[in-house]
Design a protein around this ligand. Sequence first.
Ligand SMILES: Nc1ncnc2c1ncn2[C@@H]1O[C@H](COP(=O)(O)OP(=O)(O)OP(=O)(O)O)[C@@H](O)[C@H]1O
Ligand SMILES: [Mg+2]
Length: 307
Amino acid sequence: METATPALVTDGLTRRFGDRIAVDKLSIQVQPGDVYGFLGPNGAGKTTAIRCILGLIRKDAGNVRIFGETDPVRQRAHVGAMVETPRFFDWMSARGNLERTAAFAGKGDRSDIDRALQLVGLWGRESEPVRAFSLGMRQRLGIARALVGRPKLLVLDEPTNGLDPRGMKEVRDLLDNLAKSTQLTIFISSHLLDEIEKLCGRVGIIEHGRMIAEGKVDDLVAGEGGVTAVEVGARDRAGLCSALEAMDDVKLDGDGLGGRLRVLLAGVEPAALNARLVSAGVAVTALVPQERNLEQLFLSLTSKEIT
Ligand SMILES: Nc1ncnc2c1ncn2[C@@H]1O[C@H](COP(=O)(O)OP(=O)(O)OP(=O)(O)O)[C@@H](O)[C@H]1O
Ligand SMILES: [Mg+2]
């Protein structure tokens, strides 16, 4: 079977700031049509990696290929991007801002700008000055600007940053629709795990500039060796608590529903936990496994004391 040219590949991508390595031999694989979540805690190196990928800052080592292209000018023709908070000429209309960008970048005509405004749901508001726009509308206009020139790859750095839950949902729905209605490949960074889990089919998780897991969300979440969360209830809550605290492969993780305790298990089956508690004299009234999600995966990969 012939495999398609990957949309984005980085190989050994490295960037230092003085003695600090912000991006460390990072390898990323994004296939055409992927909605790829680029995850990592604050300071993990996401923005730095994205700037290197886009050629906005120099890289110290490694390669970047975008649809097979290694030449930065040819790469740019395939990519639309929004890095951190987009800035506009506030007094100028939304359309005026996009026209200016199109003229400056030498790509995108009037119909292209119309299409971008329609895709992000700002059609009908395009003549208004940007200063009248809410944060969510600005963020959508930033995405529209990235879409001018009909890129094949859309790169977004924290597009829901600073938005309220409704604004976040709007942007998420917009990206979801874009992915479904166009051939676009979307690469989106965030540290909001549940956001990404709802939107992305594949993710890469980085920490200290290094890739620590990459693959399909479902596969990663279902993978072996992770952490399982359960909620445990007992009439004698204090006794339950001290029994759990005595186990070194079990970690208390706060309160669950209805007076239950939330517990993270590293390689311990819930049934085994139950047996242990019973033999420790704790009458267990409830033991409810929690659905695994990206957040738990993230914890299992990054919380060293329990794995
Ligand atoms: N211009 C710079 N000069 C010096 N250090 C920098 C510079 N830009 C980033 N760094 C450092 O590189 C590391 C990675 O930062 P980066 O902004 O890429 O992280 P991030 O994953 O985007 O974080 P966040 O989720 O907070 O946006 C951090 O330690 C940061 O302090
Ligand atoms: Mg960042």
